[in-house]
Design a binder for this molecule. Structure first.
Ligand code: UDP
Length: 349
């Protein structure tokens, strides 16, 4: 399993990919597969060996314009990871790519070992769209995504396999009684629109706990300046065990993406703790939140919509949230979906 080249696993810079990769790797090894992770130096994953590769990190792709060219730095960790993969490929049945990058897609036809690509974002640039489409066409079944909505951002949606996500629910404790806090969890970056959650929390007078890596410090400082009188408590970037504990104490999670979020791991983590999710009706969140049952889907970019939903939070049964996570997003369910995808690729190779 070859990780994202934007940051070491455990730093939070890789966003949801870090948790997704860790969960898939742990589950596949629990099922008896021999799994190794190839990742940038400093990466840590519990119970799975990591081969740490040095090199320059890749710049995250989230804010690129459509016609942006592919840029790869000198001594690229992305290139170094894939050079390692080339050398050891005959020792493995399958390589799984977790990078949203052109190079691993391009390299697919040069490898003897089959490659499964788990695409973690929707359509962002023409160069990436073209390359993913080529692989989807020439290597049918090898492009995995996290939601149908994400797939529909590509013109080859029907060639993508939607796998959702899942996690080890035993790590997430159900909390029936929250305290009077709202939560916001994620990379602090413009595409996540934290400012909308802050504005809504301010109007309702409920303090907002913010969890996540400050990926864009300037953006964070601007929010602190613009909402100096809002009650925001920055909790930092926490490991899962601590995150779930503090998240479970909150009345609701606000998920406010400005972009088409491919999935939204934070939403299923909240549900697992019994925390209702108030999300913009956009991207993968549309497929996760059961409107009126496990949270609310709100008109995208509407702070008023968030406020109205916050006022209705007490109508949601927190146990129903946990039950949805158990039914749809367990490690077992995710493992079954992913293992079947891998098996299909091996059969058709
Ligand atoms: N996260 C974390 N600790 C924190 C805040 C966030 O581990 O304090 C993780 C969270 O568990 C989730 C990821 O950050 O897996 C964010 O992923 P998501 O899919 O929501 O968004 P992405 O960053 O991939 O766009």
């Amino acid at each position: 399993m070859i990780s994202t080249p934007v940051g070491a696993i455990g730093t939070g810079i890789g966003g949801g990919v870090e948790l997704t990769l860790s969960n898939i790797a742990q589950e596949m090894s629990r099922r008896g597969h021999i799994v190794k992770i190839v990742a940038p130096v400093g990466s840590i994953v519990k119970d799975v060996p990591v081969i740490e590769i040095p090199g320059e990190l890749q710049t995250p792709a989230q804010n690129q314009t459509r016609d942006e060219p592919i840029v790869i730095p000198k001594n690229s960790v992305l290139a170094n990871m894939w050079d390692y993969a080339r050398r050891v490929q005959l020792d493995y049945d399958l390589i799984v790519n977790f990078a949203y990058d052109w190079l691993p897609l391009y390299l697919t036809s040069f490898f003897h070992c089959p490659i499964a690509h788990l695409i973690s974002m929707g359509s962002l640039t023409d160069a990436m769209d073209d390359m993913i489409e080529q692989i989807a066409t020439n290597f049918p079944g090898t492009i995995g995504v996290h939601s149908l909505t994400q797939a529909q951002t590509f013109k080859f949606a029907d060639k993508c396999r939607s796998l959702a996500n899942g996690m080890d629910l035993s790590i997430y404790q159900f909390r029936s009684q929250p305290n009077n806090y709202l939560a916001w969890v994620g990379r602090i970056a413009p595409e996540k629109a934290l400012e909308d959650a802050v504005a809504a929390a301010k109007i309702t007078g409920i303090p907002l706990k913010v969890f996540g890596v400050r990926q864009n410090e300037e953006y964070w400082q601007q929010i602190c300046q613009d909402y100096a009188d809002a009650s925001i408590i920055y909790e930092g970037f926490l490991p899962t065990a601590q995150l779930q504990q503090k998240l479970g104490e909150c009345r609701g999670l606000l998920v406010t993406p400005r972009w088409v979020e491919a999935f939204g791991n934070v939403a299923i983590e909240a549900l697992a703790c019994g925390v209702p999710v108030i999300a913009y009706n956009r991207g993968g969140l549309k497929e996760i939140v059961k409107d009126g049952q496990t949270g609310f889907l709100v008109k995208p970019d509407s702070v008023d919509g968030l406020v109205d939903a916050i006022k209705c939070l007490d109508k949601i049964d927190r146990l129903a949230c946990r039950q949805q996570a158990e039914a749809e997003y367990s490690q077992q369910a995710m493992g079954d979906r992913t293992e079947q995808w891998f098996r299909n690729i091996l059969i058709s190779h």
